[in-house]
Ligand binder design. Structure first.
Ligand SMILES: [Zn+2]
Length: 156
């Protein structure tokens, strides 16, 4: 069992020698519908577990929210091209240029229609626990919007 979530997890050793937690993906829609609580600095390990789990699922997943590994805290990870970003307490301050699209989710089967915004302005706390304010566009912005919805218990 994972020290953080109550799902069965497989602990592995990665190249850096750090213990590496790959968590099982939660598919319980009732659990996923519950809103997540504000994250604190104590939740930094949740970010690392999410990064490891995203990496383990990279062939089929581009972002994850903490509730997908059984933790109801406001933490997400997002693939931003060459690197994965971890974000604590992300808040979308502005969203511009809506468009219709279809998305899939590791916790659901199939794809569903949704409305996303091309450009978003985001406040979040990074992996060094520093406040950030950044503009994201396109694919990365879309992934962030999907994961931020998870934190509010919203599934596509
Ligand atoms: Zn999802």
């Amino acid at each position: 069992m994972c020290r953080l979530c109550y799902n069965a997890c497989s602990a592995q050793e990665n190249e850096t020698g750090r213990d590496h937690m790959v968590c099982t993906i939660v598919k319980d829609v009732l659990f996923l519908s519950r809103p997540s609580e504000e994250a604190t600095k104590k939740d930094l390990p949740v970010g690392r577990d999410l990064l490891d789990t995203l990496e383990a699922n990279r062939d089929r997943c581009v972002g994850m929210a903490a509730n997908m590994i059984g933790v109801l805290k406001r933490v997400i990870v997002v693939n931003a091209g060459l690197m994965n970003l971890v974000m604590f307490n992300p808040v979308i301050r502005k969203a511009e240029k809506p468009y219709e699209t279809e998305e899939g989710c590791l916790s659901l089967t199939g794809v569903r229609k949704t409305t996303r915004y091309e450009t978003i302005e985001l406040d979040y706390v990074d992996a060094e626990w520093k406040r950030q304010k950044r503009i994201f566009t396109g694919r990365t912005a879309q992934i962030i919007q999907h994961e931020v919805d998870h934190l509010s218990g919203i599934l596509i």
